[in-house]
Design a protein around this ligand. Sequence first.
Ligand code: AMP
Ligand code: TRP
Length: 325
Amino acid sequence: MRIFSGIRPTGNIHIGNYLGAVKQWIELQEKNECVFCIVDLHAITTPYDPKELQKNILDAASIYLAAGVNPEKSIIFVQSEVKEHAELAWLLETITPMGELSRMTQYKEKSKQYKDYVNAGLFAYPVLMAADILLYRAKAVPVGKDQEQHVELARTIAKKFNQKFGQIFPEPETILPKTGAKIMSLTNPKKKMSKTDDPKSYISLFDSPEDITKKIMSAETDSGKEVVYNITKKPGISNLLIIYSLITGKTTQEIEKQFKGKGYGEFKKSLAKVLADYLEPFRRKQKELQTRDVYVKEMLSQGASRAKTIAETTMKEVRSKMGLS
Ligand code: AMP
Ligand code: TRP
């Protein structure tokens, strides 16, 4: 089965991105043909620094590699290097109803967050995402819960194209992780962890052990002192329990038992240690890759040329079906 997923190179990829998306990719690449994309054209729809973008792209690539994506098996590439993404997005925009786009939760949230940056690209963002997926005729898309609505729209667009111009695209399905689909902010457990928020609210994959400890120790918790999982009454502690569980492979019940009668402080100390140890190889690998820019760039350029071969074949068919040359 062919699988496609993408991540924005906006810096500070955090444990929510990792547990919600990247971790699944590693498992999926064993049995599937995977295409992983660093979506720089998506990243520029919200405020960004052009001077930082190339660095963020290389960071994202080294995160893929540090997390275990195997470039021998999977395709890893940068979206803007395969021009067909932008071309297909334009063509699909001509069959996407405005009404569908204005219903998108992410658009509503982002246009509230960046009131003076509400651009047409932000509005059309989900069409570009549909183009990403459909260009490779991917059958499945591993993402966190926040992207489910966008994949649904990609399905709607595929269906519409097939009906109007003839069958080309499979209708892609979302693959959600069983747990970890939505890791919440450390400073406000009612909000999802997001890299555009205050750094105190997330753990970046490259945070130092000191920073991890500081952030976990000051993470918002709930009244009471018992470490028990209860998402409505104790959203803060429950979020930390989920992170603990995903990192260690222990169930939340086992962790509750481990910390029975011990209070939040001890639990948090242990979580900070567990996280710092778990993320150690990421920090090490990132340091190592920072000195190997040439290797990372070469890998991305090979990825782009493999991606291009697939994209060109699809585009030939799309143009012909739409009556373009
Ligand atoms: P983004 O950083 O928005 O480009 O997201 C990259 C991937 O991480 C997408 O598949 C998202 O669904 C996923 N993701 C982002 N934030 C979270 C979160 N707080 N919890 C779980 N998954 C997330
Ligand atoms: N929109 C996704 C996000 O914000 C990133 C993305 C772009 C993506 N294109 C994609 C994810 C295609 C899956 C498939 O996280």
